[in-house]
Write a protein that binds this ligand. Structure first.
Ligand SMILES: Cc1cc2nc3c(=O)[nH]c(=O)nc-3n(C[C@H](O)[C@H](O)[C@H](O)COP(=O)(O)OP(=O)(O)OC[C@H]3O[C@@H](n4cnc5c(N)ncnc54)[C@H](O)[C@@H]3O)c2cc1C
Length: 617
């Protein structure tokens, strides 16, 4: 039984302490403890949420978001370039981390962006390696009988999982939807009619085109497959795998070695209002607290920008100005149309009779509770979004002079930023790289300032930006470790991001007007007609309406130290001998996909690195 109390955690010596039992953290812990000689203590701030419908039932995605039991429920500071609005930043709280809260879409990033990680100075971080680990994470289930050849083509879904691209024996189970709608197929046909072909084989590392997404759903039970079911529960019996839950790490305890490197000798934790120090550690402390909280812990421990730390009375032990900088996130804006066809959209799920019907269907693993209401995705290149002049404008904005952030003003961070922008520029020019994603919801769904009318059906096309040029930050707001971090993604600070979003919205509007989707569209609900008056009114609508897609990365970037990096390619924090980071904060450049596959892959890859180090000794 791996759950321990503080006094047991204090008294037993562990090889590794992992801070955060989330997506990457649990993958790492479970792989390390495959070796009975390696002992691991995971310290997780949230609880163990065993079998709750809000987490387990696919059709209930979003129900746990905003609930403080499962969600840290952060918000940004007022966003200067978005009329000072604050933007929700949900993050999973509890074992499983954001994998317990997420919307279950499972994608591969593109080959070029994985190779860019290596190009930015991280040897061994490339497509080949990440594909290997993304495969290791997954068991891909595609029953041959699921879709006819014709339907597989219609819905841009694969019929057989090519083992060169998809894992077959991993612990996270991914599957294709069981239910398909007319609006879904029509959307893909309309895209085809606009010259955007289907691309069912997205696993290849070329994402552009229309696809039906894999989801992290176990088709045997029609429930969420996530870090807890995949990595924790099957290994709960190991004697070398211990978990201290509901305990928040507030600081890493560091001592200076003779060679001037800082050595992590333990962590300070707060549990039930009491502070303790867990110090019996043989090897490394590993931060897996996610992109918004890993930099927070670093700064509370005295690692970061000395001036910023001094403002909070914290003395700097490692001068690393990149900590908390380079924050990038996906954002999206909603378009909605009322439709009229035979689909039973998720709009019915407010009516008790339909809820009952779908509860009954769920017992046979069918109906709206058995899958997520977002099955269809279209990834678009810059060329599909705008004319040559627009692309030149976006490319031109891939320069640090347009980045209004600390990354652009500090010389070391600027060097790293210029290198990132070079890659972003090549992605703009490359027709195989996605700059945008259009996600189809089967129904209206929750949208700020828009309420669905009773008895009507809708389809929603959310328009998301894949490679934002804006850069923001996350830093401590106080030396009090229990105060939430100050999150400033600095959304839309680079003008090209807003311009690109406007082009994505325009493309979505063209899709509604193109047959065969247009044949079922009764009227456009969002954006409202007045927002479509001209370019300025549309951009104003976007500023008001966009939301986060919840994929923050980059805040403890894996880059050379001279480029503003926080960790090296072995995930070791610069200036320390044994403090590592294993979560999505290390990814220096946003990816054109939803990010859970990569979070798991980072955990898996880190485990192999650490295991080979321990064998080498
Ligand atoms: C609402 C939502 C929907 C999403 N939808 C999708 C999707 O459909 N597809 C997709 O691929 N991705 C999706 N994502 C993104 C994806 O889930 C995340 O990118 C990924 O899970 C992040 O993994 P991580 O290991 O970096 O961090 P996390 O999984 O968030 O893990 C961090 C862990 O650290 C713990 N922690 C934090 N601070 C401390 C501390 N001080 N002490 C101890 N523990 C601490 C947290 O409680 C958490 O358990 C979504 C995310 C959200 C929030």
């Amino acid at each position: 039984m791996p759950f321990v109390d503080v006094s047991t955690a204090e008294s037993i010596e562990h090889d590794y302490i992992i801070v955060g039992g989330g997506t990457a953290g649990l993958a790492l812990a479970s792989r390390l403890t495959e070796n009975p000689m390696i002992s691991v203590l995971v310290v997780e701030a949230g609880s163990y949420h065993d079998s709750v419908p809000e987490i387990d039932v696919p059709g209930m995605i979003g129900h746990a978001v905003g609930n403080p039991i499962y969600d840290w429920s952060f918000v940004t500071v007022p966003q200067k370039h978005a009329n000072n609005k604050v933007v929700d930043q949900p993050r999973g709280k509890g074992l499983g981390g954001s994998s317990l809260l997420n919307y279950m879409g499972m994608f591969h990033p593109s080959k070029a962006e994985c190779d860019a990680l290596e190009g930015l100075g991280n040897e061994g971080w490339n497509w080949e390696s990440l594909l290997h680990y993304m495969k290791k994470v997954c068991e891909t289930t595609v029953p041959d009988t699921m879709l006819s050849v014709g339907d597989a083509k219609r819905y841009a879904a694969i019929q057989h999982a090519d083992t060169k691209l998809y894992g077959t024996e991993g612990p996270v189970i991914k599957s294709l939807p069981r239910e398909w709608t007319d609006a879904h197929a029509r959307l893909f046909d309309s895209a085809d009619n606009l010259g955007i072909p289907r691309n069912p084989e997205t696993g290849t590392g070329t994402n552009v085109g229309s696809i039906s997404a894999f989801c992290s759903i176990d088709p045997r039970t029609s429930t969420r497959s996530y870090a807890v079911t995949a990595y924790l529960q099957p290994n709960i019996h190991r004697n070398n795998f211990r978990v201290l839950s509901a305990a928040q790490v507030t600081r890493v305890i560091l001592v200076r070695r003779n060679d001037a490197l800082q050595k992590a000798v333990g962590v300070e934790v707060v549990k039930d209002g009491l502070t303790s120090c867990i110090k019996r550690i043989r090897r490394d402390v590993i931060l897996s607290a996610g992109s918004l909280q890993t930099p927070h812990i670093l700064e509370l421990s005295g690692i970061g920008n000395p001036e910023l730390l001094a403002r909070h009375g914290i003395s700097c032990v490692v001068n690393l100005p990149g900590v908390g900088e380079n924050l990038q996130d996906h954002i999206s804006v909603a378009t909605i149309a009322e439709i009229d066809n035979d689909d039973e959209t998720f709009d019915v799920m407010k009516e008790p009779a339909f809820i009952k019907k779908h509860e009954d269907l769920y017992k046979q693993q069918r109906g709206h509770f058995s899958f997520i209401p977002i099955p269809a995705y279209i990834f678009l290149s810059a060329k599909q979004l705008g004319p040559t002049e627009a692309i030149s404008f976006w490319e031109d904005h891939c320069r640090s002079k347009f980045a209004e952030s600390a990354s652009a003003s500090s010389p070391s961070l600027r060097a790293g930023l210029e290198k990132q922008y070079k890659f972003q520029q090549t992605f703009m020019e490359d027709e195989t790289q996605a700059q945008a994603e259009i996600l189809q919801f089967i129904g209206h769904s929750v949208v700020p300032n828009s309420v669905p009318a009773e008895g009507k059906k809708y389809t929603r096309l959310a328009c998301a930006l894949m490679h934002p040029l804006s850069r923001g930050s996350v830093h401590i707001a106080s030396a009090d470790p229990l105060v939430s971090p100050e999150i400033d993604p600095n959304y839309l600070s680079n003008e090209a991001d807003l311009d690109l979003l406007a082009c994505i919205v325009r493309l979505a509007l063209r899709l509604y007007k193109t047959p065969p989707l247009s044949e079922i569209v009764k009227s456009l609900v969002l954006p409202p007609i007045e927002a479509l008056k001209d370019d300025n009114t549309l951009k104003e609508y976007i500023r008001d309406q966009f939301i986060s897609v919840y994929h923050p990365v980059g805040t403890a970037s894996m880059l050379p130290r001279a480029d503003g990096g926080v960790v090296d390619s072995e995930l070791r924090v610069y200036g320390t001998s044994n403090l590592r980071i294993v979560d999505l904060s290390i990814v220096p450049l946003e990816l054109s996909c939803h990010t859970q596959s990569v979070a798991y892959a980072v955990g898996e890859k880190a485990a192999d690195m650490l295991k080979s180090e321990s064998f080498a000794e």
